[in-house]
Design a protein around this ligand. Sequence first.
Ligand code: AP5
Length: 208
Amino acid sequence: MKIVLLGAPGAGKGTQAQKLVEDFGVAHISTGDLLRAAVKAQSKLGVEAKGYMDAGKLVPDRLVIDLVKERLDQDDAKRGFILDGFPRNTAQAEVLDRELDAMGISLDAALLVDVAPEVIINRLSSRRTCRSCGYTAGAGVDVCPRCGGEMYQRDDDKPETIKKRLDTYREQTEPLVDYYGKKGLLKKVDGDRPVDDVYADVKVLLGL
Ligand code: AP5
């Protein structure tokens, strides 16, 4: 399984990725998680990335691309991977194409989790995320069911930032739906249904 997950912020990319990882043991490569880990560690990259993330903007390509290349080189990614949150614009998609070409790998699919913006604002305002492992759930879950870590509200899950993230998605990321459509790789799932119903369709679409 070598797939890219597309979809607006809060569409449920991470939620579906978690289920695929549990069932199929592939590597979950989430640039959002990698960036949040860098922010937490207060590394040079993390300090630079934080301002962009808090403003709902994309972190510059030069900071993100190397993170993804390093992660794709790790052993677990050789068995398959789910790229969640990358690529985020056409320039990143072109770099990914070149990188995978050089590795002799091709993508199986780009899966769009499709959800309307008004649904997304509600979902993200009530989302809680695990500080330790990045697991996500709705409001009211205080302890992570996966690792026992503390659940918190992400800084960018505040209403003003959510609106900016949606604008950034429309302007920079949505064109990738066409990009992968033209390559014949696009698959689309209606993400505005219960998580397990979405997941059942995801497995059918991916031939699993
Ligand atoms: P990132 O972490 O990638 O955030 P995002 O794309 O905005 O996506 P989210 O994690 O918010 O949403 P999701 O689709 O995974 O939804 P989830 O499954 O959690 O990026 C954060 C920031 O980092 C960016 O803004 C940017 O600054 C930077 N960044 C990251 N990658 C970058 C890149 N490549 N280039 C440049 N900058 C980059 O679900 C959301 C909520 O809904 C949860 O509470 C969940 O429980 C619930 N839910 C999920 N599915 C359902 C369902 N079917 N029904 C009901 N509720 C559901």
